[in-house]
Design a protein around this ligand. Structure first.
Ligand code: SAH
Length: 213
């Protein structure tokens, strides 16, 4: 598992692109500058790892576009030691970003193959999530709630209720909502019963799967 000067140079260029596109959070930028994204991808795609694009990771899934990862991470406003739930572990790249930000990360993946692969891979890079779970993101993770933030990294046809109820008061849910195209949506839990909603434009994700196929 190599990270060369060439990779580091390409990462700096990627970071410059993200800043031009409007990413401002210094800690998010530092995380992306540091994490060797090429190691999260199948070897055939190594040359493309530092373009601002999504790429296949097997099982019909993709590693999210770096801009999308940065955008969602920025919306979460992560503080050190925040307890965060991620839905859609996938390659583990977003998980690694959250670990770099100092969060205690719980991440759920629906597909066994990806769950197994990423569970082995992340610790090799030194990223230790609190827990990686093979399960269904639609129901969240009640036993570990409340979470300071919840991030959904697949397109949700609707907002799953449990994700709202598992937020701490003051907590933030970042979720792309829609079928073909998704609207990036932020819910802030302002009190036990109230949520504030903000929308942030269109993104494209693979779908949040409702059935186990
Ligand atoms: N954060 C990942 C994104 C991967 S794509 C990365 O950057 O690599 C979205 C992921 O969500 C896929 O791995 C997919 O298998 C997973 N997923 C889809 N439906 C799910 C569900 N209901 N619960 C948990 N994970 C799900």
């Amino acid at each position: 598992m190599k990270d060369t000067f060439k990779h580091q140079g390409l990462r700096q260029k990627l970071v410059d692109t993200l800043i031009k596109k409007g990413i401002k959070d210094e800690r998010v930028i530092a995380a992306i500058r540091k994490i060797p994204r090429h190691l999260f991808m199948d070897s055939g795609f190594l040359d493309h790892a530092y373009q601002d694009k999504a790429f296949p990771i097997g099982a019909d899934q993709t590693i999210s576009q770096p801009y999308t990862v940065a955008f969602q991470s920025e919306l979460l406003k992560v503080n050190t030691d925040d307890k965060i739930l991620e839905i859609g572990t996938g390659s583990g790249y977003q998980t690694a970003v959250l670990c770099e930000l100092g969060a205690k990360v719980y991440s759920i993946e629906r597909q066994k193959e990806l769950f197994k692969k990423t569970s082995k891979f992340l610790p090799k890079l030194g990223y230790r999530a609190k827990k990686l779970i093979f399960g269904d993101g639609y129901i969240g993770l009640k036993e570990e709630a409340p979470f300071q933030s919840i991030i959904v990294t697949a397109g949700a046809p609707f907002v799953p209720k449990p994700l709202l109820t598992q937020l701490a008061v003051g907590g933030r849910l970042v979720i792309p909502v829609g079928d073909e195209v998704q609207i990036m949506t932020l819910y802030i839990r302002t009190s036990e019963k109230e949520f504030q909603k903000q929308e942030f434009g269109e993104f494209r994700f693979v779908p949040l799967l409702e059935d186990k196929n």
